[in-house]
Design a protein around this ligand. Structure first.
Ligand code: ADP
Ligand code: MG
Length: 322
């Protein structure tokens, strides 16, 4: 059973970036306004997320590592009910089965918090601790008990890129939350709570502000907002391209095509624009197809959405380009 658990966990947790995603989303769910990610060796030796969210009491601190120990409401209309199915209430249990985990957590009116350690799914220690309100979860030596998985990891450079991708997706989905990230002791990102434009600029850096054109459209099927890159700043290869649906990062090849179509005649050969497009839709109007590493969404009325998105992007480009 122990081995079965490890294997199951290894399927769900593909790489350090998978852990980063789960921990960051938990911190967001806990109502944190400040979230810090600390990693070492691209997350292979350490992934730590520290938040100032609700924290947990001593009972929940232990329970959260049990399979299906979710405190989150399960309702059919929950947009990502499907996304989380099979993983809902399982992330921490899975991670703890294949790593060394240290949790420290404290709730607002509690005098002491809880500190506990788990190794390969076994509780090793639990003690009261004086801690700030919120939660810190440190995940060390990921895959220590699944050598095949550990050996399968890519170079630090590649794994770090995956971690950055997940970090950026969560940070872009929640500009109102302050995020920071440290790698091997140095600061990689410092993103104060901001509006969307500032958040994007904080991530892209440099003179990206002048490269962005706002996009905005409201129709019966979706509210669309965000920014798209001016064509003259399109890059060879893939640009920074993001879709968010109801504040979650998703992929959608069809809508991607709609955006690219709006740039018709404006792009040099092989160059791709950046875009940061947010769609708010009625949860009942989408279908989510889940794969451990991807989040793909199919919209009921995809063709209308395509037309609307393309027209809206085109309008923005026409209005703001010089
Ligand atoms: P899920 O997020 O699907 O509920 P997880 O395994 O990711 O499952 O987390 C299990 C539970 O642990 C959560 O439902 C939540 O109650 C608690 N939890 C996890 N991370 C945090 C956190 N950073 N702050 C407060 N509670 C947390
Ligand atoms: Mg979770």
């Amino acid at each position: 059973d122990h081995v079965a658990n490890q294997i199951a966990a290894g399927e769900v947790v593909q790489r350090p970036a998978s852990v980063v995603k789960e921990l960051l989303e938990n911190s967001v769910d806990a109502g944190a306004t400040e979230i810090r990610l600390v990693i070492k060796e691209a997350g292979k030796s350490l992934i730590q997320v520290i938040d100032n969210g609700s924290g947990m009491n001593a009972f929940d601190a232990k329970a959260c590592f049990q399979r299906h120990a979710t405190s989150k409401i399960k309702i059919a209309e929950d947009l990502f009910a499907l996304h989380t199915k099979g993983f809902r209430g399982e992330a921490l249990a899975s991670i703890a089965a294949i790593a060394h985990v240290e949790l420290r957590t404290c709730m607002e009116h509690d005098e002491v918090g809880t500190q506990l350690t788990i190794e390969g799914g076994k509780f090793m220690s639990e003690e009261p601790v004086v801690a700030p309100v919120g939660t810190s979860i440190a995940v060390k030596n990921l895959f220590f008990n699944i050598p095949a998985r550990r050996n399968f990891l890519k170079s630090d450079q590649v794994e770090f890129r995956h971690v950055i991708d997940e970090f950026q997706r969560v940070a872009l989905a929640h500009p109102d939350i302050s995020f920071s990230m440290y790698h091997n002791g140095s600061e990689a990102f410092q993103l104060p709570a901001a509006n969307l434009r500032q958040r994007i600029v904080g991530i892209l850096g440099g003179k990206s502000n002048e490269k962005l054109v706002p996009i905005h459209e409201e129709t019966g099927i979706a509210r669309i907002y965000g920014f798209i890159g001016k064509p003259e700043f399109a890059k060879k290869g893939r640009g920074e391209q993001f879709f968010f649906v109801n504040d979650r990062f998703i992929r959608n090849g069809y809508l991607h095509h709609a955006v690219i179509a709006a740039y018709e005649g404006l792009l040099r050969d092989g160059s791709q624009p950046s875009y940061f497009i947010y769609l708010d839709v009625a949860p009942g109007s989408i279908d989510i197809n889940i794969h451990p590493t991807k989040t793909e969404v199919k919209f009921d009325d995809e063709q209308s959405l395509y037309a609307i998105l393309r027209a809206s992007a085109k309008h923005s480009l026409g209005q703001f380009s010089v």
